[in-house]
Write a protein that binds this ligand. Structure first.
Ligand code: UGA
Length: 405
């Protein structure tokens, strides 16, 4: 089947790769000419485990173009363009514009919205161009995107006509499938992201409490909570707060969307507020541990989480900015993927960075960081992600750990 994908970010590129691996002919469209040129030359513009290999393997069935004309003859065109939050409100104009363009070029191609949009967006686009729109929200995590798309926990499809037929393209996943209205599909995405964000702010608050209780450790508390099937262990890792291109923007968008409808999502609002203050509060604690502002400090990790090079709304970058603002100017950083960020002195290898420093701050959950710090005895270690085994390495500070333990 010929399928087109509009918008070649994480969602679009991974969707293309996975669907082509299932034998479909896929056309990818993006307005960024430079990105298309790189993709045509075989260069993958993002770091995502397994993605390059999958694109390489299916190259024959993949086409990259910056002209919407190339979608002609596609049975489905999947919209994967960004939906930024501007002044706390979702901006869906990229989705609407691309829907209109697809309609102009090929009125037969069925339009599917994969971008995260507030409830009512598919219906609005449908009434503008007078046709049925399908919703198929995406739940992939960066760093795990290929696996999540190949074997998602569930596939959600919303719409009125053609839903059953469209669902067949995902039948290879053998995942739970929920077929429903556009509005339910749209809200399932927001409710899921907001709930996961809430889990993170919740566990970070519990971590604050643990730090005050001799004998307490948030990791053990989270393990104990997680064994209850109704709670689950996932997303109970205390840390620097949630970042990335999704949770911060989606929580703000759904809170203001609900507000406009006269509903106060107070739990989500407090999740957002706590998360926004998280780095400031952690730096208050760091100031007690590092009183000398000219101490040599290395921050490990720059991306918003492990296994990605994505720096959008990264808590590590926010941390470095805040440390500098408070006068710590002897700062270096190491990251396994990122080697250049304006204004940050990035060291090419972790060992050199650790040797140079008096204080090492673990800011991202890359598993290799615990290996680097294993056996390091003569450096002060501040673990903001709790990935270091505090039984073997002495921590000066660990999130959610009472260090008098
Ligand atoms: C998130 C969702 O997990 C996906 O299901 C969704 O498809 C995606 O947003 C989206 O809306 O497109 P992603 O942003 O890739 O995926 O990242 P997550 O793995 O969810 O992590 C988000 C943030 O929470 C990161 O900063 C991470 O470090 C933090 N986090 C996560 C914690 O602090 N503790 C945890 O236990 C888990």
């Amino acid at each position: 089947m010929k399928i087109s994908v509009v918008g070649l970010g994480y969602v679009g590129l991974v969707t293309m790769a996975v669907l082509s691996d299932n034998g479909h002919e896929i056309v990818g469209i993006d307005i960024d000419g430079e990105k298309i040129r790189r993709l045509q030359e075989g260069e993958i513009p993002i770091f995502e485990p397994g993605l390059s290999a999958l694109i390489e393997k299916n190259r024959k069935r993949l086409e990259f173009s910056n002209s919407y004309d190339s979608i002609t003859g596609s049975k489905y065109t999947l919209i994967c363009v960004p939906t930024p939050t501007v002044n706390d409100r979702i901006d869906v104009h990229y989705v609407i514009e691309s829907g209109k363009k697809i309609n102009e070029i090929d009125p037969e191609s069925k339009i599917v919205i994969k971008s995260t949009v507030t409830p009512g967006t598919a219906r609005m686009l449908g009434s503008m161009i007078n046709r049925e729109i399908l919703s198929n929200p995406e739940f992939l995590r960066e760093g795990n995107a290929v696996k999540d798309t190949t074997k998602p926990d569930r596939v959600v499809i919303g719409g009125n006509g053609g839903v059953e037929d469209f669902s067949k393209i995902w039948s290879f996943t053998n995942s739970n499938m929920i077929i429903t209205t556009n509005e339910n599909a749209e809200l399932i995405k927001y409710a899921s992201n907001a709930f996961l964000a809430t889990k993170i702010s919740f566990i970070n608050q519990m971590a604050d409490l643990c730090e005050r209780i001799p004998g307490a450790d948030i990791r053990v508390v989270a393990d104990g909570m997680g064994m209850d099937k109704r709670i689950g262990r996932a997303f109970l890792n205390a840390g620097t707060g949630y970042g990335g291109s999704c949770f911060p923007k989606d929580t703000r968008a759904i809170a203001s969307f609900a507000n406009d409808m006269g509903v106060e999502l107070s739990i989500i609002k407090s999740t957002i507020e706590y998360n926004e203050n998280r780095i400031g509060n952690l730096v208050n604690r760091i100031e007690n541990i590092i009183p000398e502002k000219d101490s040599r400090i290395t921050v490990l990790g720059l991306s918003f989480k492990e296994n990605t090079g994505d720096l959008r709304e990264s808590k590590s970058i926010e941390l470095i900015t805040e440390l500098k603002r408070r006068g710590y100017n002897n700062l270096k950083a190491f990251d396994p993927v990122t080697s250049q960020v304006e204004g940050i002195d990035i060291v090419a290898d972790a060992e050199t960075a650790i040797k140079w420093s008096e204080f090492v701050i673990v800011a991202t959950e890359w598993p290799s960081f615990s290996e680097y710090l294993e056996g390091v005895k003569d450096r002060h270690i501040i673990d903001l992600r709790r990935i270091i085994d505090n039984k073997t390495v002495k921590l000066d500070y660990g999130v959610g750990l009472n260090v008098t333990n």
